[in-house]
Design a protein around this ligand. Structure first.
Ligand code: ADP
Ligand code: MG
Length: 302
């Protein structure tokens, strides 16, 4: 099968006059753990619904395994698992029985397959307990198990860690690379949390107001520029001097330091400029920029 798992081409959705997704072109490749980022209301879930053929695009198209989802969704949906909203389970039934019931609705699954799937998400020891006794994190993992049950090649997880405590978030974060490696899965992880995406995803797309701000590898994005912390005196003069340079992204942090995002090669030049203007540079430290910092500068300069 094709290396392109999901491709959207100029994907657009309007609800009434409201433009919710604006000419979005995304590419998810085989083996990706693809992070789909954006604040609440950015349009992420709408994109996923179009990708699953649940919502019809106003224009453009979503291709899943090369098939246009507004026309051939049934042909490919068997290869996709999805957790699109917080999953609903029967609290008085066990995790095992819940999966059995859900599987029965789509052709059934045998005991072995259900147990295998529960083992993948580390729920086998609790398989016989009623879901009402599960933590929120365990329910989310049961939701992921449900998505995995038909043995898909691709899973779409919409905010799988929403509302989870740090421990629950950590469990999901550890689970995803394991699923990719053990099952050869491709994963689309939708989240409004940069910190989550940055840690597990090899590629990311960031949207805002339905428009693509960035798409590319996580490593490249972080590696593009360095975040340099400069302790300078006087700070205000240094700040005014550097923000006047449109090629730099400068922010103030506390009263002591400036944070300047720039390519390696610019660092000596910036340092020299400050010194020429009689500013004392007492400390200059290169810090690895997090995705969050990179996106903050991206969104505020666009
Ligand atoms: N069925 C719908 N009818 C009208 N507006 C909708 C519908 N679904 C989503 N929207 C609007 O589209 C925007 C994007 O929503 P959504 O895709 O859920 O964003 P996200 O998942 O990024 O939080 C929101 O402003 C939301 O209110
Ligand atoms: Mg959403």
């Amino acid at each position: 099968m094709n290396d392109l798992i999901l491709q959207t081409e100029g994907l657009t959705k309007r609800y009434g006059r409201r433009l919710v997704v604006d000419r979005l072109s995304l590419t998810v490749q085989q083996g990706d753990i693809f992070g789909f980022l954006g604040q609440n209301g950015a349009g992420k879930s709408t994109v996923l619904r179009m990708a699953l053929g649940l919502v019809r695009p106003t224009s453009g198209r979503a291709l899943l395994f090369g098939h246009d989802m507004s026309r051939h969704s049934l042909r490919v949906l068997g290869h996709v698992g999805a957790l699109v909203e917080a999953p609903a389970f029967y609290g008085n039934f066990s995790g095992f029985d819940n999966l059995r019931i859900l599987a029965a609705m789509s052709g059934g699954a045998n005991r072995k397959r259900i147990e295998e799937t529960l083992a993948l998400v580390d729920l086998l020891p609790r398989a016989a307990d009623p879901v009402s006794t599960y933590s929120h994190g365990m329910r989310q993992r049961l939701g992921i198990a449900q998505a995995l049950l038909p043995n898909p090649q691709f899973i779409i997880l919409d905010e799988p860690t929403d509302g989870l405590d740090p421990q629950g978030i950590r469990e999901v974060r550890l689970l995803l690379p394991r699923l990719r490696d053990e099952l050869g899965l491709t994963i689309l992880l939708c989240s409004h949390l940069l910190s989550e995406v940055e840690r597990v995803c090899n590629r990311v797309a960031n949207i805002d107001g339905g428009r693509l701000l960035y798409q590319g590898t996580t490593g490249n994005l972080i590696g593009q520029d360095k975040m340099v912390r400069m302790t300078v005196d006087p700070l205000e003069e240094a700040y005014q001097l550097l923000i006047a340079d449109p090629t730099l992204s400068v922010s103030r942090n506390g009263s002591q330091s400036l944070y300047v995002k720039m390519p390696d090669a610019r660092i000596p030049h910036v340092n020299a400029t400050l010194v020429e203007h009689g500013i004392r540079v007492t400390e200059l430290a290169v810090e690895r920029a997090t995705l969050e910092e990179v996106f903050l500068t991206l969104t505020t300069t666009m």
